[in-house]
Design a protein around this ligand. Structure first.
Ligand SMILES: NC(=O)c1ccc[n+]([C@@H]2O[C@H](COP(=O)([O-])OP(=O)(O)OC[C@H]3O[C@@H](n4cnc5c(N)ncnc54)[C@H](O)[C@@H]3O)[C@@H](O)[C@H]2O)c1
Length: 372
């Protein structure tokens, strides 16, 4: 039977989810098209307008009506972080599956509550860590698993964007403490989601955070003290002695969507950058020294599920396509099939690492991922 979809929020990620729900059946060709049942926004008129634009049958200005609607089976939560816990818990309690954007919640206590509600519900709970769905990342995981670079000893991920780099930019929601710590939970959760495919358990962490600008302009004049940290640097000690470094910066002029991953092993290195998301660089110390060097592998139909989108190599997938892949994996999870998703167990582990990092910043000491 076709799945009934409810979507909460229609901003950056709401549109991305809507595109994914619209595209998943035509792209993959192996599932019944989901029914885009209902959309919720902050007011009735806005909800109506967005439902028309994004192809949803009904709309509401009250997300609670959506999560209890009998025709909705799965709820996409793309509202700001501070709503995730309340919305996800209500949806799970009403018996719906949940696809919630990252980070899981604004606080560890809320993430733990969400996790409890998910366990009780026996429904599928998936977090929106779309970057792990890239065929390039699948290839990297396969290469590491097969020993292409030998034994992994160091992983390094840098996530940089410049949308908050202007010191004269306005004070927005992301500068308020209600949104979380800043780059740590807004950005570093993505590198942590990516690392989960390469390293085992994160055993202890150390963190520094920084505010490049102490104040920002407020509408109507004056300036307000910035409450979040736009820069975060994290050191990780992972199982098996693998060392990790994660840097996140929302004020990195010139960087637009950089997630640079470097995986160093005792036989070689694999590198990737989200700004060139169809390319994987591999170095192995094979052959004569004079011809050794990185080679670039360009994604194509040999790298599933690229083939479901485009039959020709090198024509390139984009950011929104990763959400379509994530959506197909979510549908597999709902059908009880094996699925490459980060569920609420994996999501809570990421939250524990993030809050452990925040604790380390406060105490100035190495700490274990947070318990609550
Ligand atoms: N996975 C990713 O790569 C990625 C990228 C960006 C943002 N995000 C996450 O997606 C979430 C949303 O971020 P965004 O950039 O789309 O924000 P946004 O501000 O563009 O959109 C948020 C939307 O939620 C709506 N909304 C707010 N309160 C609501 C309520 N009570 N009921 C119904 N709708 C409500 C807003 O009107 C808006 O349309 C955040 O949790 C963010 O961390 C994830």
């Amino acid at each position: 039977m076709a799945i009934g979809v409810g979507l909460i929020g229609t901003g950056f990620m709401g549109k991305c989810h809507a595109l994914a729900w619209n595209a998943v059946a035509p792209v993959f060709g192996d599932i019944e098209p989901p029914v885009l049942t209902m959309l919720a926004e902050t007011g009735e008129r806005l909800a109506q307008e967005r439902a028309r634009q994004l192809g949803f049958r009904r709309s509401t200005g009250d997300w609670r009506a959506l999560v209890t609607d009998p025709a909705v089976d799965v709820v996409s939560i793309t509202a700001p972080n501070e709503f995730h816990a309340e919305m996800a818990i209500a949806a799970l309690t009403a018996g719906k599956h949940v696809w919630c954007e990252k980070p899981m919640a604004a606080s560890l206590a809320e993430a733990v509550e969400m996790h409890r509600a998910w366990k009780r519900s026996q429904r599928v709970g998936v977090l929106g860590y779309n970057y792990i769905q890239n065929p390039a990342l699948r290839l990297m995981r396969k290469l590491v698993r097969e020993g292409a670079i030998g034994r992994l000893n160091h992983v390094r991920v840098e996530m940089d964007e410049d949308f908050m780099a202007d010191p004269e930019g306005p004070f927005g929601g992301k500068s308020a403490a209600s949104s979380g710590y800043g780059a740590l939970d807004d950005f570093a959760v993505h590198p942590l989601s990516l690392l989960s495919g390469f390293v085992g358990q994160i055993e202890s962490v150390f963190c520094d955070m920084a505010k490049p600008y102490a104040t920002r302009q407020v509408e109507g004049g004056g300036r307000r003290a910035v409450e979040t940290y736009d820069i975060a640097t994290a050191l990780l000690r992972c199982a098996g002695g693998v060392s990790g470094l994660v840097c996140a910066n929302r004020c990195a002029w010139g960087r637009k969507g950089r997630i640079k991953i470097q995986l160093f092993g005792d036989r070689g290195t694999i590198a990737f950058d989200q700004e060139r998301l169809n390319e994987v660089e591999v170095f192995t110390r094979d052959g004569p020294l004079e011809t050794q060097g990185f080679r670039t592998i360009l994604m194509g139909p040999a790298h599933p599920p690229y083939d479901r989108f485009i039959p020709a190599p090198g024509h390139e997938l984009g950011f929104n396509d990763l959400k379509v892949i994530e959506c197909r994996e979510l549908i597999a999870a709902i059908a009880g099939e094996p699925a490459a998703v980060l569920d609420f167990d994996a999501g809570l582990a990421i939250e524990r690492t993030v809050h452990g990092l925040a604790e380390s910043f406060r105490s100035g000491a190495w700490v274990k991922p947070a318990q609550a």
